[in-house]
Design a protein around this ligand. Sequence first.
Ligand code: CO
Length: 161
Amino acid sequence: MAILTIVKHPAEILEKECKQVTQFDKNLKQLLKDMYETMVAADGVGLAAPQIGVDQQIAVVDIGDERGRINLINPIIIEKSGEQTDIEGCLSFPRLYGTVSRPYYVKVQAQNMKGKTFIIEAEDYLARAIQHEIDHLHGVLFTSKVLKYIDEEELEGYEEQ
Ligand code: CO
């Protein structure tokens, strides 16, 4: 078990395009495991590799629903529709929250830790978490999309991504 240090804004690595993963080896498997444990320890629902200082297209998401842990490697949004507006936070921006509008539904193509391509469809909160993490892989931070910042008192128990 390894809890990694989460990179906080401002940091150059949070704002750059991450590289495609080409090596699906045991180091990748370990990195995903460490990222997941780091995310859980920080009470997050998602974590992207640049947030632990790795500029590769890797993210983990777990919103605590029946789908559990989702590993996303080289993810691409191939379809999206609808719209939702809700509060977001980010583990790289402690105590900062704001409302963000995003598509309600996404269909994403990604690879798993063995390099196998899969498709995942998501709606609502899971779609939001996945889109937030995919943004990280392209150096896009939620603060660039915030419509309105929210005071901390308004947010009892909100989880960061
Ligand atoms: Co984030």
